[in-house]
Design a protein around this ligand. Structure first.
Ligand code: ADQ
Length: 669
């Protein structure tokens, strides 16, 4: 849970959790700037709930049943009871409008229990371990209860897309939920959003530690203590049967067998944190690994050189990072892992930009860290081969891969992860009906998404020349513009020039100015304003006393001084008709305008041209009502702020527009 500490410190949150000592009562207290609300558990509860149902049933089941899960009713009952206790604790500190963020597989019933107690709270759930394929999940006697527990959340987030898809199937089959778009479920009249959100680390912290002189010195000393080997291969895990430590050791033994004459070039260090020592499967695993280490050292060790060093303890962070710095090969080979933070920590700690990450294809991290050397951990010879490859790579080859890995862990750190999760949780500022309508519109093969500017994408300010866009709203519109089959646009009463200077030419977003009259190419549907202006200029030349005025999407002929005004006006009208322009007879002036007459017509024409099956439009102004009036049933019209409207939906302000656009991008993406 180290990943969550910086997030809580920054967000003024409270932590509701068990303190780890059975049968002891604690009062709420503050630690590390985080307010702690303890949940007290009796020894009996810890046995049934934690050692039993969490570690003996759910953990193995969710990790592809690598070890046979046990199903006991006397474990299930305390699981449900303890979940109830957490829900009570959380409900007590939760105020209206707060967000509750429930963590992990131990608390899968809490979202629904919390919703029963605090119907207006926003509830998110994050699963740190994989959600298994339905063939495995379906063995669980309490599969319906678990699925319904999770469906109480507004957002259920997972490490990988694969897990999100697995859950969607289980929720449809056992919870009777219905899929809406790619990433939403409808359940009991509410929408539940499924969000893949790979967890990450505080990258900067590891980078800084790794670069510090103390850690660098310690790393050099470690290499020296290991006999100055050429290649230090490292494994770092909780001692858990999902981590594939035994197969990894065998793969290392294979490397030694391949190198009878120069095996002293290699050393393998396995750091193992004690874990779940009460559970028999873990006691058994510890014994097996220690025997295997003994056997490899017995078979291959020589005076002054021990091939495998095995440390069964938790190390201080500085010491751990020193190992990351010292090791030129990191071996991360879980048989199934939600994410695996060790892989990311190693990458962040490689201050010199070299080193090789050998990574299991069954770790969630493999979805992101594709430039690692990816292996099937069950294939012992394959992992030995990967070790041969890793230890024969040049520094240059190492750096090329490591550079890409480091870019990923830098850009996608724990703060970006938390922002991603929390911003999805904040979405409910838009109503459930609107979310549902957007999710349906997102399914259209071609979709037009358009918004007015002032008061919609930009908050109204006293000086119109200073109306800056709402960052997240504009970002979301740009994100939508980048999605296949989405036509994104801003339609405003301002001139295109003014719009572009205020909104800063957002990438891929079409700017339409002057209430729909001004388009990027100066016209719409191939009408050429340059030719229209040219022909009107010829008319002006022919009729003395007339005056030509160029306009953003057309031109006007003033004839108040003309010798034969009637003829001049008629000639101008003729030019307009030839170009399909709107001809507006003013006072002693004929105005010819290309493009649409109002925003409604502009949207109608875009829909036609793009062949769009749905339109989503946001606006706050009376001129936006022209658009709302043209929308059909499958379209989504959203009025921003108060006042009468023909739009079916409403949000309060540009922030609401941002939330709706983000939701739409999620649903579409
Ligand atoms: P874990 O199964 O514990 O986490 P992992 O993500 O690798 O797996 O995290 C282990 C943490 O323990 C790392 O931060 C590592 O630095 C630390 N650690 C390991 N050995 C150590 C040692 N000897 N001394 C000190 N610290 C040590 C679960 C899921 C993962 C998921 C995480 C986070 O199983 O898949 O990535 O939660 O969501």
């Amino acid at each position: 849970m180290r990943a969550l500490v910086p997030v809580l410190q920054r967000s003024d949150g409270a932590w509701v959790g068990w303190h780890g000592s059975a049968g002891v009562q604690h009062e709420p207290f503050e630690h590390d700037g985080i307010s702690q609300v303890p949940v007290d558990l009796s020894e009996e509860e810890v046995d049934g709930f934690y050692h039993g149902f969490c570690n003996g049933t759910l953990w193995p089941l969710y990790h592809d049943a690598i070890v046979a899960p046990e199903f006991h009713r006397h474990w299930w009952r305390p699981y449900a009871r303890v979940n109830e206790r957490y829900a009570e604790g959380a409900a007590e500190v939760l105020r209206d409008g707060d967000v509750a963020w429930v963590q992990d597989y131990q608390l899968q019933l809490v979202p629904s229990m919390l919703r029963d107690r605090r119907p207006v709270a926003t509830v998110g759930f994050y699963l740190h371990i994989p959600f298994p394929p339905i063939e495995i999940f379906s063995r669980l006697p309490w599969r319906r209860e678990i699925v319904e527990g999770l469906l109480g959340a507004d957002v259920v987030a997972f490490q990988t897309r694969r897990s999100a898809d697995n859950f969607a199937r289980a929720a449809r089959r056992y919870g009777g939920a219905e899929s809406v778009g790619r990433r939403d479920l409808r359940w009991q009249g509410r929408l539940v959003h499924l969000q893949p959100a790979p967890i990450a680390i505080d990258t900067a912290q590891f980078e800084e530690l790794a670069a510090s002189p103390e850690v660098q010195e310690r790393a050099a000393a470690l290499l020296h203590e290991l006999g100055g080997v050429e290649h230090l291969i490292l494994g770092v895990d909780r001692l858990d049967y999902t981590k594939g430590i035994d197969l990894r050791l065998k793969a290392f033994a294979g490397l030694l067998e391949n190198h009878p004459d120069d095996k002293r070039r290699f050393a393998f260090v396995q750091l193992a944190v004690p874990s779940r020592e009460h559970v028999p499967a873990y006691q058994q695993l510890r014994m097996e690994i220690e025997q295997l280490v003994g056997r490899i050292n017995g078979d291959h060790g020589e005076a002054g050189w021990t091939p495998v060093s095995y440390l069964y303890r938790s190390l201080p962070l500085e010491e751990l990072v020193a190992y990351y710095v010292a090791a030129d090969v990191m071996l991360v080979t879980p048989l199934r892992d939600g994410m695996n933070l060790v892989a990311k920590e190693y990458v962040a700690s490689r201050a010199g930009g070299d080193g090789v990450l050998v990574l299991s294809e069954f770790a969630g991290a493999a979805e992101q860290l594709r430039s690692g050397v990816i292996v099937n951990p069950y294939d012992v010879d394959g992992v030995t081969g990967a070790l041969e490859f890793a230890t024969s790579m040049t520094r240059r080859q190492q750096r090329a891969r490591m550079r890409r890995l480091q870019r990923t862990v830098r850009e996608e750190d724990v703060f970006a992860w938390a922002d991603q999760c929390l911003s999805t949780l904040e979405m409910p500022v838009i109503g459930a009906e609107l979310r549902q309508a957007l999710a349906t519109a997102a399914e259209a093969p071609v979709l037009v998404v358009a918004a007015d500017y002032d008061g919609t994408l930009a908050p109204i300010v006293a000086d119109p020349a200073a109306a800056a866009p709402h960052g997240p709203a504009l970002d979301a519109l740009v994100a939508l513009a980048g999605i296949d089959g989405v036509e994104a646009m801003i339609v405003s009463g301002r001139s295109r020039e003014a719009l572009a200077s205020l909104a800063g030419a957002p990438e891929g977003v079409v700017l339409v100015g002057s209430h729909g009259a001004e388009w990027p190419d100066g016209s719409l549907d191939g009408e050429d304003p340059a030719r229209l202006v040219e022909e009107l200029a010829a008319v002006a030349d022919r009729y003395e006393g007339t005056l030509l005025e160029a306009k953003p999407a057309g031109a006007a002929l003033h004839y108040r001084e003309a010798r034969s005004p009637g003829d001049a006006a008629a000639a101008a009208r003729e030019v307009g008709a030839r170009h399909g322009a709107r001809v507006i007879d003013g006072k002693l002036v004929v105005e010819l305008l290309l493009g649409s007459a109002d925003k409604g017509e502009a949207i109608r024409r875009v829909r036609e041209r793009a062949g769009a099956a749905a339109v989503v439009f946001f606006g706050d102004d009376t001129t936006d009502e022209d658009v709302f009036a043209t929308l059909d049933d499958g379209d989504v019209g959203v009025k921003v702020g108060g006042g009468d409207t023909r739009a079916r939906f409403r949000v309060d302000d540009p922030e609401g527009v941002a939330a709706a656009l983000q939701w739409l991008a999620e649903a579409r993406g």
